[in-house]
Design a protein around this ligand. Structure first.
Ligand code: ADP
Ligand code: MG
Length: 710
């Protein structure tokens, strides 16, 4: 057999031609190493196949049967049904018959998946056939067809063992993956070098990489079944540890690097205290005071601050950030605030200007929508130091944006920016202090994985006099009732949002429903009110005008897309209508609802739910009606979405783990992180640390950006 190394392309492996290689590449599997790190998401115990004769309804089992007959039929109600009858041909209790059914599965017929005489594994739940006969049946079971090769017990990979189940990649099925990976091991054997430092391996008694990889794919010890399902066999544990350790070392290196940077050590003078007092329109909450103290502590120390500020929507993060800004500006430095959307940037800009009005500061707004001349002037003022505070979007990252003395970078709603973008802005200063703000309640494991290089602060208290937003779900037929409610409130002098979901706001076509809704509202539903429209495709000036007019109370009902989702703050707006609420995710609904309930008045959220909708959508709406607690909602969100989809989303800026799972592997994360810090801060041998750092940098170019410092 041809030898391969982990760095060789997969196409050199047995069973992988150029075509399959291309399919695999779509999942970022390019090298043999990538393939071996594509691990099973579940295992089936096929050491003991169930005997069909002994099956009981309710059991979930794997069986091996011979296809007796199969084909497409139609039920009396006209539904297509693919029906298969199989006979157990193995073992002493053979002969039992079972049926398998698939509804609407015309593809099974069209693609001639099953043939008489084939031997097939079925995995699924056994039920009593509801339609007469009293036979046992499996409805839509998973299946795997054995290759034709003779009688016997099939190939050793499929049965008589614990079988790894892979997520199929395009038309490369779980069975093919299993075969390809199986064949890869002898080819790569002897070329799977250890990658963890020897001292770490020894100290933590971890299995060596070569064995761990093999046993993660092809576990052999039956007694480990329960451990296997929990991903806690020594092999799996080692692989999960490895992933977390790598990220942990990257973070620890960045943290250490930052500690050695000469930060901008600011001073809290009498002037600073006075200035802060002047801008505060209210008494800060205890949580706000505590967090400001943590931030000020960092900014007055010799090292640059790196801090994540977490707080539910409406908890008052902005004011704390502006207090930090005052500290920097009073020390003769500049501050940059970066927000993910023009609307949010504009909002922050207007709010900062208003709040900082008592102080002689110059504040600017930099978004790409502005006129070139204005931008040029702004950039000049930033470079000369004439401007004290700039608020902006990605436009701040443009290469010709330069600062005279940037001391504080504030990034709002961080999960919308990548780590790389955060660092681009940081590089515009010389080791500035960094404050990252997010309203998304992040579970501890996620926070550690995504922001392990930062310190955490939490505002866990709402400003006083907030009453939770009353939320109610309206069915389509109660639409008129919902409108009447809004009419009453607006007549009383309050303001309302009406939010419409859009898939994308990239084209005019996508926008049509929102624009139509605006026209419908202004002409037919609320002709007596002033209705405004806000969406992502408006020019910067148009957005600013729309926001300003709503804030001033000129616009009474603002029809908007989800661009209002983050940060927008108009306390007099007490009503929110969400169209097609069933299409939104929980986190998004929570963010949206956070736009109301910001003043002293009681606020109301009306969720219009269209049909049809899934059970999960119903559950989401129920959760929204039940609670306003961001942490509870986040928790439910994880549960409803499941870790798979959750981790698939890049929006968290969390590195994509291949084996590790942040929900499942919390304790391994903490352990690996601890070991990583120790390894970096107190290495047994500096050579070992240097060598590991080098290999991390080389092997993980894109993830290593984690450890690249501003
Ligand atoms: P976040 O950015 O955390 O979602 P904001 O900073 O926008 O929240 O604050 C939400 C609202 O609460 C704003 O109108 C703000 O002026 C107000 N607010 C913040 N802190 C306090 C406080 N301590 N007392 C009263 N109102 C506050
Ligand atoms: Mg905010």
């Amino acid at each position: 057999m041809a030898r391969v190394t982990l760095d060789d392309e997969v196409k050199y492996l047995k069973g992988v031609g150029p075509q399959r290689a291309q399919t695999l590449a779509a999942r970022s599997i390019r090298t043999v190493g990538d393939l071996l790190y594509y691990t099973p998401f579940r295992y089936e115990d096929r050491t003991r196949l169930a005997s069909v004769r002994e099956l009981l309804p309710g059991q979930t089992v794997t069986i091996l049967v011979k296809v007796i007959h199969c084909g497409l039929t139609r039920t009396r109600k006209g539904v297509y049904l693919y029906d298969l009858a199989g006979r157990d041909t193995s073992g002493p209790t053979s002969g039992g018959m079972i049926r398998c059914k698939w509804f609407n599965a015309t593809y099974l017929e069209r693609e001639k998946i099953f043939r008489e005489g084939q031997r097939v594994f079925f995995y699924g739940k056994v039920e009593q056939d509801r339609y007469g006969t009293g036979n046992l049946v499996m409805v839509q079971p998973r299946y795997e067809i054995l290759p034709d090769s003779g009688e016997g017990n099939g190939s050793s990979l499929e049965i008589g063992r614990i079988t790894p189940i892979y997520e199929a990649i395009g038309n490369v099925s779980t069975a093919m993956l299993r075969r390809i990976i199986w064949n890869a091991f002898p080819a790569a054997d002897g070329h799977i070098p250890e990658c963890l430092p020897a001292s770490v391996l020894r100290k933590n008694r971890l299995m060596e990489r070569r064995t761990a990889l093999r046993e993660t794919h092809f576990p052999c010890q039956v007694q480990l079944l329960d451990q296997l399902a929990r991903f806690r066999t020594p092999a799996q544990t080692r692989m999960i540890f490895e992933e977390f350790f790598n990220v942990g070392v990257a973070m620890a290196l960045r943290r250490k690097h930052t500690q050695w940077l000469p930060g901008i050590q600011l001073k809290i003078t009498e002037g600073v205290r006075k200035a802060i007092k002047q801008i505060l329109p209210f008494h800060p909450t205890t949580a706000q005071k505590r967090v400001l103290k943590e931030i000020a502590g960092d900014m007055t120390s010799p090292q640059p601050m790196g801090r994540l500020l977490q707080g539910d929507v409406g908890s008052g993060k902005t004011i704390v950030a502006l207090e930090a800004a005052v500290l920097a500006i009073e020390n003769g430095c500049q501050v940059a605030i970066m927000a993910p959307t023009e609307i949010l940037a504009t909002q922050h800009y207007l709010y900062s200007k208003q709040l900082l009005a008592p102080l002689p500061y110059r504040v600017g707004l930099l978004v790409s929508g502005r006129a070139t001349r204005e931008k040029k002037q702004l950039k000049n003022d930033l470079a000369s130091g004439a401007l004290n505070l700039v608020v902006g979007t990605h436009a701040l990252l443009e290469p010709d944006v330069e600062f005279a003395r940037l001391a504080l970078v504030i990034v709002d709603e961080q999960h919308r920016f990548g780590v790389a973008q955060r660092h681009e802005l940081i590089r515009k200063g010389s080791a500035p202090h960094v404050l990252v703000m997010t309203a998304t309640p992040i579970p501890r494991t996620f926070a550690l994985a995504a922001y392990g290089d930062l310190d955490f602060s939490v505002i866990d208290e709402m400003p006083p006099n907030r009453t939770p937003v009353a939320t109610r779900v309206f069915a389509e037929r109660d639409r008129a009732q919902a409108f009447e409610f809004i009419r009453r409130k607006v007549r009383d002098g309050e303001q309302a949002y009406a939010v419409y979901p859009l898939v994308e706001e990239s084209t005019r076509l996508d926008l049509r429903p929102a624009v139509q809704m605006y026209e419908h509202f202004s002409r037919n539903v609320f002709p007596e009110f002033r209705v405004g429209l806000l969406h992502g495709r408006l020019t910067g000036a148009e957005k600013e005008a729309a926001m300003r007019s709503f804030r001033a109370g000129e616009t009474q009902v603002l029809v908007s897309t989800t661009v209002v989702e983050v940060g927008v703050d108009v306390p007099n707006a007490t009503v929110m209508l969400v169209e097609h609420a069933e299409r939104f995710g929980l986190a998004q609904l929570h963010q949206l609802r956070g736009r109301i309930g910001r003043g002293a008045g009681k606020s109301y959220c009306l969720l219009l739910a269209g049909e049809p909708r899934s059970e999960v959508a119903d559950e989401r709406l129920r959760v929204m009606a039940e609670t306003c607690d961001g942490f509870r909602i986040a928790e439910m969100d994880f549960k409803l979405r499941g870790p798979g989809e959750f981790l698939g989303t890049r929006q968290w800026g969390i590195p994509a783990f291949r084996i590790a799972n942040l929900l499942r592997d919390q304790e391994i994360l903490e352990w690996a992180r601890q070991e990583a810090s120790t390894f970096v801060d107190h290495p047994e041998s500096p050579e070992e640390l240097a060598a590991f750092t080098r290999s991390l940098r080389a092997g993980w170019p894109e993830r290593y950006s984690l450890a690249r410092v501003g």
